[in-house]
Design a protein around this ligand. Structure first.
Ligand code: PLP
Length: 419
């Protein structure tokens, strides 16, 4: 219809450029996906005009009869999808879903035990830069030398620290999480178990990944990653009292009016995830990630935990000449988009890092076949090889010119090269 182009050509042209970027680059960011046209139509619908504070049947605004039907449908569908008794589909994001669970159960100063950021955890799981890390006392568990969650460590920390909440879930952990074991540990110290499945939600729906629903007190998720919906969050529980606490913690505790256009789009995504072709989609996502991790390892690069059970993997660049920052920047020049990522026990800071996170969901949504996946994997390694060779040459030249105390570190060289 060109409404936007006529009214605001500036924004319209930037959206056009971003559309081209998405179409012509190879997207490997593990947390991104391509929502269907139906999901985007709902997200861009007239529902954005409606205020609907409150919940179905108990709104603070009139004219909510159709809004109620949409929210009811979204709730019914997501409950069915994950086997949950109660659902709240109003969180504007995954972060707000987590914040809501904290608001419902914790007081400032209470204790949380969660995975550390550099082992794969998320900022909202108690990182010091996040509200969760400022308001709560936090201890982190990590992974062992094989890159796997160390349950002995989790149990030991739980007994020593006595947290009120344990969080299982991650943004950069490629293996299956044993939610049963986490619940046993939570029970042993009388803690709540929160499973944050933001990354794995799509894989859980299709039974390619363990479902925490029977084990966790709360399950939170985003809807825009492997679930392929609009940007947003959800909270699930099987406990009626906890469900009530969640509802009041979210509204009026944290949010105001729900984004009804997004809730409609979530409902569409839930419907799509119930269809048989979604299972095929996720099977391909998992198969592609496995293939990529095999090729990358064969080409001499390390993968944290030596592989993947999911849609993502972390390339460990610690023993190479390059940092995550350099790899991300140079891959971008070659039209491959992914993100630098810390690796377990990373000595480089979070703005540099020693790793790369790679995910397959967007490629499969864009119908890349296995042969294309193989080609992309080799392209990545070719670019990494190229980076290493350039850095090696610069290092050897600088070694000839500078005395050892003046020599540049790898990341200083990268900065000097203005990459
Ligand atoms: N939890 C996990 C495990 C995540 O990976 C993310 C996002 O990357 C979030 C929560 C936060 O989601 P959002 O970006 O929607 O706030």
């Amino acid at each position: 219809n060109n409404f936007l182009e006529k009214k605001d050509p500036e924004i319209s042209s930037i959206i056009f450029q971003e559309r081209n970027r998405q179409e012509y680059s190879i997207e490997l960011i593990a947390s991104e996906n391509v929502a269907s046209a139906a999901v985007m139509e709902a997200a861009g619908s007239i529902l954005t005009n409606k205020y609907a504070e409150g919940y179905s049947g108990k709104r603070y605004y009139g004219g909510c009869e159709f809004i109620d039907k949409i929210e009811d449908l979204a709730i019914e569908r997501v409950k069915k999808l994950f086997g949950a008794k109660y659902a709240n589909v109003q969180p504007h994001s995954g972060s707000q879903a987590n914040q809501t669970v904290f608001m419902a159960t914790l007081q400032p100063g209470d204790k949380i035990l969660s995975m550390s950021l550099n082992c794969g955890g998320h900022l909202t799981h108690g990182h010091i830069a996040n509200q969760s890390g400022k308001w709560f006392k936090v201890k982190h568990y990590g992974v062992d030398d094989n890159g796997l969650i160390n349950f002995d460590e989790v149990q030991k920390l739980a007994l020593e620290f006595k947290p009120k909440m344990i969080i299982a879930g991650a943004s950069a952990y490629s293996r299956k999480i044993d939610f049963v074991h986490f619940r046993e540990i939570a029970n042993s110290v009388n803690a709540y178990l929160l499973a944050d499945i933001a990354h794995y939600a799509g894989l859980i729906v299709t039974e390619n990944y363990p479902n925490p629903m029977p084990h966790a007190h709360f399950v939170t998720s985003t809807t825009h990653k492997t679930l392929r919906g609009p940007r947003g969050g959800i909270i699930l529980t099987n406990d009626q009292d906890l469900a009530k606490k969640i509802d009041t913690a979210l509204f009026p505790g944290i949010q105001g009016g729900p984004l009804m256009h997004i809730i409609a789009a979530k409902a569409v995504a839930f419907y799509e995830a119930m269809q048989p072709n979604f299972k095929k989609y996720i099977d391909n996502v998992v198969q592609a990630a496995k293939k990529m991790s095999e090729i990358i390892q064969k080409r001499g690069y390390k993968i944290v935990s030596h592989g993947t059970d999911s849609h993502l993997m972390i390339v460990n660049l610690q023993n190479t000449e390059i940092t995550g920052l350099l790899a991300e920047k140079v891959l971008d020049i070659f039209g491959i988009t992914c993100n630098k990522n810390s690796v377990p026990h990373d000595r480089a800071g979070p703005t540099i890092t020693s790793g790369l996170r790679i995910g397959s969901p967007t490629m499969i949504s864009r119908k890349f076949d296995l042969q294309s996946i193989e080609i992309v994997s080799h392209m990545i390694c070719d670019v990494l090889d190229l980076c290493q060779n350039i850095i090696k040459v610069v290092i050897s030249k600088s070694n000839n010119i500078f005395s050892s105390s003046e020599r540049l570190t790898k990341s200083e060289i990268e900065i000097q090269l203005e990459i």
